[in-house]
Design a protein around this ligand. Sequence first.
Ligand SMILES: *[C@@H]1O[C@H](CO)[C@@H](O)[C@H](O)[C@H]1NC(C)=O
Ligand SMILES: *[C@@H]1O[C@H](CO)[C@@H](O)[C@H](O)[C@H]1NC(C)=O
Ligand SMILES: *[C@@H]1O[C@H](CO)[C@@H](O)[C@H](O)[C@H]1NC(C)=O
Length: 366
Amino acid sequence: MQGSKIAVLALLFSSLALANINKDFAHILDGTSAVTLDDIEVMYSKFVQQYKQQMNYSPSSQFKSQTIDRKMIFAQKVQEIIKHNTAPSVSYKKGLNPFSDMTEEEFVSYYNINAQAEQNCSATKRSEIPQLMGDGIPEQWDWRDKGIVSPVKNQGHCGSCWTFSTVGCLEAHYLKRYGQFKNLSEQQLVDCASAYDNHGCNGGLPSHAFEYVKDNGGISTEASYPYQAVTNQCTVNPSSYAVGVRGGAVNISLSEEDLRQALFNNGPISIAFQVVDGFRDYSSGVYVSSTCKNGPSDVNHAVLAVGYGTENGVNYWLIKNSWGAAWGDKGFFKMQRGVNMCGVAVCNSYPQEVYDISQEFKVFLQ
Ligand SMILES: *[C@@H]1O[C@H](CO)[C@@H](O)[C@H](O)[C@H]1NC(C)=O
Ligand SMILES: *[C@@H]1O[C@H](CO)[C@@H](O)[C@H](O)[C@H]1NC(C)=O
Ligand SMILES: *[C@@H]1O[C@H](CO)[C@@H](O)[C@H](O)[C@H]1NC(C)=O
């Protein structure tokens, strides 16, 4: 279980490293005390100190030429957060995160969020999900408690969410089967999986990526094929393949009950939904939106469902994002379950079987 210990330690470390700006200024952000200009100054300098180095973002060239008053955007963001958090009956809180001084336009461009909209989830064939445990499955589940959810990563300035969703799923299924963490390569999918209707930093689908890994013979490690956040020529060395997929992608669509069963029975599942403005400021609670759409060609962000439950009477999915551990609730969020919120029901998949390539080889030699 060495691997999962490392995973747990990495999670602990990344959350400790972020002295919590949202906790320090909770009285302001939740509206308990009125915000002053001095508060904004103090908060902004804390924000810069806490997030700026690790954020390491260079706004794309179209924004570099503009002089943007970051503190002004930040101040507006603080007002927006207070307004949201003090509104009656909100099911989730907003908070500060590394993106809090970016305009909406910059944010959308940073993660290339609109590129993903071209993906066509209705092209994904639905699979039959065996209803193994019927009503006997628990009301609440969190795969993190079992130590199989690998640390939160950050996709950076690239529309590669689909590769992080895929790799997070493979890492979790590998941990579940072998009790060991293998840090796998998103970059291989970015560079090499385009024959499966994937487009590197311009979007793709986990179901297509699982098929690629199955047909290709495996996926390499992060160390052998490190993440670059740009689309390059494929230069993967097949002798570095560490993990393979058998049986391809199992696709779940339309039924969130199927999704819940499959998640409990099989492990974390790659899912997709539509990011709309507001989501980027999520900090805790159960995310809901009245503006997102929910059809198969509306979803624009792939993530990883790792659990489910009910909070204050609202059913939710527990989901791992790929925007770093400083975003959201230590890199995770909850979203309403059971109402196809933002299309969360329409475009979901997991690998039928994940296997260790070196161990298979050893068995073959015996
Ligand atoms: C999406 O795929 C479906 C099923 O293959 C097809 O009927 C539809 O035309 C596609 N839509 C787009 C926009 O490609
Ligand atoms: C799941 O979807 C992928 C990609 O769209 C497809 O290649 C695969 O055959 C589907 N799986 C099943 C079991 O239908
Ligand atoms: C996995 O690889 C990523 C990207 O190189 C790195 O940032 C991260 O620290 C690695 N995770 C662990 C737990 O080794």
